[in-house]
Design a protein around this ligand. Sequence first.
Ligand code: AOF
Ligand code: ZN
Length: 354
Amino acid sequence: MAETSDRLLETMMRRCFDLARQGQGYTSPNPMVGSVLAVKDQVLSEGFHPRYRQIHAEAMALNNARDVPHNILSQATLYVSLEPCFHYGFNPPCVDRILESPVQNVVISCMDPNPLVAGKSIARLKASGRSVTLGILAEEGEQLIRAFRTRMTKERPYVVLKWAESNDGYMGKPGQNVRISNDLSQVLTHRWRHELDAFLVGGKTVIVDNPQLNNRLYWGSSPHRIVYSTHASLPVDRAIWKADCPTILFSVCKLPDIPDQVQQFELPANRSEHLRFMLATLMHFPINSLLVEGGPHTLQSFIDQGVWDEVRIIRGRNQYLGSGLLAPTLRGRRTKRFDLGDDEVVTIFQDNDW
Ligand code: AOF
Ligand code: ZN
């Protein structure tokens, strides 16, 4: 592969990432994966993992090249954003599929954190005499699978906290539904509903705001809806109980009037165990990422226990409430920001491993 420039490898890998994202919102509990089959800079075929239980990226790329002559395939390089799988799941091992093909060169962004794979396919490809290049755009490749990696290595979802705050630091007024973010930010929030697997709100938010928590303003999927309630009862006439998305209710006791399509779990008696219990229970669902949307009390309990990976704050820079529910404060973390009209979107990343 000496003649293959780093730049070409990166261009092809970027294309793999774009292809992978076509599965976004549909692949969990699996990762998003993309693949390109090429001879030098000539792309022969492409593939991606479109949905959980469906075909894997590199198998799709190889299928799409089924009419390519053997002598061309034997000169081709298979690019894939994640190490090919080694095991039988809903799909046979992709490593076997590659070994059965004439393809001799494999370029991978990052290793699969699934313990059933974890370097075994790379070793097998090398042992067969294939050339394997690992680590192309590894940081971006890791970013793409970070929720899947969290599930695999920590047995919990990747947790994002999100709130909107006024420029003077308030999230709202007690007992009222106050709109702080602008229309563009509303669309962004719905995009996140497509990109993340589950959205959680506290019982009080269900009572006061009556959120639907589905994706109406962006294309694609809607998340699982999770309610975390320490109330003895909740109103039955709320939008969140409708059958349009799967809904999970965690509460201190079983609530008899909630519709049957809502899956209910009883929380442990000890309040300090609630969050960990919920995160562990979500591993029984195709949920690799969870966004906690509020209200203030629920967000604060996640912050107090350090149970978060990322915080997204939408700040209405022309909004001043003067008084009300103070937004949580977090300092001294790695941040990034961008503007959306007169709103500012700030992302804060967790420094502590938990
Ligand atoms: C790949 N290519 O496109 C993906 C991979 O149940 P299965 O057969 O779909 O396998 C799921 C596992 O395969 C998943 O946990 C991860 O380790 C790997 N995902 N591997 O070769 C792909 N999506
Ligand atoms: Zn596979």
